[in-house]
Design a binder for this molecule. Sequence first.
Ligand code: ZN
Length: 497
Amino acid sequence: MSKIKELREHFSSLTRLKYISNLLNWDLQVYMPDGSNEGRSELISLVGEITHKRLISKKTEDLISNAEKIDNLDLIDSAILREAKRQYEKAVKIPTELVVEIAKTATLGHKAWEKAREKSEFSIFLPYLEKMIELQKEYADLIDIGECRYDTLLDDFEPGATSKWVSSTFNELAPKLQKIVKKLDSSNDKPTQAVLKKYYDPEKQWEFSNEIIEKLGFDFDIGRQDKSVHPFTTSIASEDVRITTRIMENFLPGCLFGTIHECGHALYQMGLMEEIHSTNLADGCSLGFHESQSRLYENFLGRSKDFWNYWYPKLQNFFPENLKGYPMDEFYRSINTVERSLIRVEADEITYSLHIILRFEIERMIFEDKINIKELPQLWNEKMETLLSIEPPNDAEGILQDVHWSGGAFGYFPTYTLGNLYGAQIYNDAINSNPNLLDEFSQGNFSNLLSYLRKNVHQYGAIYQPRDLIKKITGKGLDPEYFTTYLKNKFYPIYKI
Ligand code: ZN
């Protein structure tokens, strides 16, 4: 076997171990009885241990150094080598004790966070958060890529992204978003969500959402949808992609847009070119890029007028008791209501990114040692006031609302907003290169959109790095202007401005 093929096979075995772990997690969240937790976590940590040992082994080191001696590797093989080095060099710098310590703190921290949120008492979570931050600093100092600790943390989720770059992108974005929100505030004719908050039969919601994703291109031969408390997408192979959704009886958008969102993630996973199946490139090129696909489907397409031109009569037939005679235009406005609210996951397309910018600014301060962790709730509330002009009445609806920090996921949040920005730029390019696209949506034809995304984004998996891929697709680097232009063009008419 050639040296590069050996390396490829070795890393494919690690990807397959990840799939085993994904299957265990999927079952845990979808089907497993509540009492079986302990046995399951033993299995998951065993697979994790085997994976880690294999990754940091002498064999990995030798395979990489042999592959590095080969000249003229093709596009895919050189990307396989790049990713192999990336994974290996990070893993080998981290002592097993630190990995164990982080995992332990995450488990305890998660429990403490749940309790703290329930009682709305930050002090319950504080010691675990402090400990986790110390461990993350240690982790970042050991890996040490980029100019500062936060660069290292970001790189785990968004390869190549730097603190400086994200910061300058967000600094440009924030005032523009605030200006748009302010303008919408001045409207005398604002939409409301009232029609969405009626009773919608869960069975029918399930049926309708499945009908939509099938039409969008979700392939039920190699994928399935189930229900779980927190919706997610996972892969058990490139030809086995699972999504989940959550249904709320009295809130139509939950299942509807949640399903379309996860479908966007799934289409990415289902669209990888065969040559990279099971390799270390068989995934999105970054979390931000992954999120660009889910948000493109959920928001840019799923909350557009063209989309509902086709789907609204069908939705009316599903729920005549709520929607018969209710005008399509009002429905379209109601699913695009903008509101300054406390909770990130409930936020609309515009204010959502302000929630993210707040978290990014705080995380950056933490890792630059510019803030005492005890003072985080106060800082959180001040920033809510500055960015969104509202103040959380308690910590549960403020700093304690997200799960991420309890598990040590610092540097993760920015990828949500990068997803909006990548998504807007890609969507703009899709429409420019297919002028009939919007008309096709009104006719219920979504296949050319999918072909465009397959050709330009999905097939490549992680072959390219995000900043190279966006340039390859659109001819330029990431530019937040596409997103803000899209928002203005869409929301000013909705708010009759
Ligand atoms: Zn997502």
